[in-house]
Design a protein around this ligand. Structure first.
Ligand SMILES: [Zn+2]
Length: 137
């Protein structure tokens, strides 16, 4: 009995070392991955409630596709690229949440410019290249 317990403990320790070795140099999970997984979950729930079989099939495939995508991202060794994806996602997410400002791309250098919302038509000067453009806020 004691021997089994020792063996189990050693086995668990070996497993955790193996898991750490497996994940070493891999990206792991982030906010974007959580969002992908949640979307996958919602889509798979939709497939349960959808009445047409075509819709069920589409939701089923989409939910699996999303989950496989999330797993691939978590196991990816290209951490820089995954980090950039997550950063872009968070940027878009923050823009959607921000009701006080509007965001424009500079037509010349594509720098993102944030201006207060609800000021009517205003002339915006790009902080990077000094290009002036008029936008309705
Ligand atoms: Zn510019």
């Amino acid at each position: 009995m004691n021997g089994l317990r020792v063996w189990l403990r050693q086995f668990a320790a070996k497993l955790s070392v193996a898991a750490r070795g497996f994940m070493a140099g891999r990206y792991g999970t982030d906010r974007l991955n959580m969002a992908i997984l949640c979307t996958g979950l919602v889509v798979s729930l939709l497939s349960v409630f959808s009445t047409s079989s075509g819709m069920t099939m589409v939701c089923f495939l989409l939910s699996y596709g999303l989950m496989i995508w999330a797993i691939c991202r978590a196991l990816s060794r290209n951490t820089y690229k995954r980090y950039q994806e997550n950063r872009k996602f968070l940027q878009i997410f923050d823009r959607l949440k921000d009701r006080q400002h509007r965001y424009f791309d500079c037509p010349k250098c594509h720098q993102m410019v944030r201006v207060p919302r609800g000021k009517g038509k205003i002339a915006i000067t790009c902080p990077r290249c000094r290009e002036k453009f008029v936008k309705k806020t």
